[in-house]
Design a binder for this molecule. Sequence first.
Ligand SMILES: [Zn+2]
Length: 73
Amino acid sequence: MAIPKQVKCPACKKVGDWFATKYGPFCSHRCTLIDLGKWFNGENSISEPLRPEHFAEYENLVENEKLDRPENS
Ligand SMILES: [Zn+2]
C-alpha cells in the first residue's frame, strides 16, 4: 500500500495528502485560485526582489554604451 505523501498547500500552508486530490499540491480549488491570483498580481513573476544595486548595475551598462558611442560622431 502506498503511503500518502504529506505536502504543504502552497496557498494556505495546510498539510495533507493533497496530491491525492485533483487540485494537488493545493488542498482545494479555492487555493489553486489564490495562487493563480498571485501570478496575475505579479507576485511570483520576479524571482528575486529588486534591490538598489540592480539599478546601479543598469546605470553602469548605460554608461558603457555611451562610451562606445560618442556623441561627437
Ligand atoms: Zn490550501
